[in-house]
Design a binder for this molecule. Structure first.
Ligand SMILES: [Zn+2]
Length: 249
């Protein structure tokens, strides 16, 4: 039991915040999620030079963080308090479902509070970001569970497919899609629902893309229910993998 990791809650270093904003604004199709919380930052597209863009983003982040300083500090504690109540039970249950022990060399998972609500995770050092001001505690618990699920899930994946290049664990590879589909499915498992008590969400694209009449999210959720009591997680994963390889996402 002592091998379970612990989560540390911290404010995201400003250099990382800047870099993530820039990447989401200029190198991804996720910018709409930034505008939702930060409409004024859309003005950055009027700026031509890279240097001035970075300055604009930096100033925006600094001002925003100054104004919301108290909430950020307060929620670092709030999140930690809410998480500590379920940490042990969640990590134990997750290990049972994925059928793997937590690795001994990963004692700390860092959760960085960010003013950006897109929450990237980093498999190489087991860190992730989470939005600093969710209206509901269950929302942040869902994000934390989701990201931690990825960390343990890929440990299992590496055991089953040891030769696979880890670049396939990231977007846009099908292995990455599978990890994003399976995370909410695991959180919706009844054993986790006893702890989370909130239905976990899928990315919109998995709700909107259809296989026959069903969405991908519904299709794989049903497949999970059909498999989970009958076979090992490894077997289930191989079935999922075979299936998703034949789908165009
Ligand atoms: Zn994810």
């Amino acid at each position: 039991m002592s091998d379970l990791p612990k989560i540390q809650f911290l404010e995201l270093p400003i250099e990382m915040e800047k870099e993530f904003f820039y990447n989401f604004l200029f190198k991804s199709d996720l910018s709409k999620y930034i505008f939702k919380r930060h409409p004024r930052i859309e003005n950055v597209y009027k700026i031509k030079s890279l240097e001035k863009r970075m300055k604009f983003i930096e100033k925006y982040i600094e001002d925003y963080r100054d104004i919301n300083f108290k909430t950020i500090k307060h929620n670092i504690l709030n999140y930690e308090l809410a998480w500590k109540k379920i940490e042990k039970e969640y990590f134990t249950t997750l290990a049972q479902i994925i059928d793997i022990k937590w690795p001994r060399n990963r004692k700390i998972i860092k959760a960085y509070l960010s003013i950006n609500s897109i929450c990237p995770r980093f498999l190489k050092d087991w860190t992730f970001t989470t939005y600093y001001n969710y209206p509901n505690t269950k929302d942040v618990l869902e994000v934390i569970m989701h990201e931690c699920c990825h960390f343990l899930y890929f440990e299992k994946w590496k055991k089953i497919f040891p030769k696979m290049s880890q670049k396939r664990f990231e977007s846009p590879y099908i292995e990455w899609h599978l990890s994003e589909i399976i995370a909410p499915i695991i959180l919706n498992d009844k054993r986790i629902q006893r702890i989370l008590k909130k239905k976990a969400k899928f990315y919109e694209e998995y709700d909107n893309t259809k296989i026959g009449n069903e969405s991908i999210a519904d299709h794989f959720s049903q497949l999970y229910l059909n498999c989970v009591d009958k076979m090992s997680f490894e077997k289930l994963l191989k079935i999922f993998y075979k299936k998703i390889k034949n789908i165009k996402i």
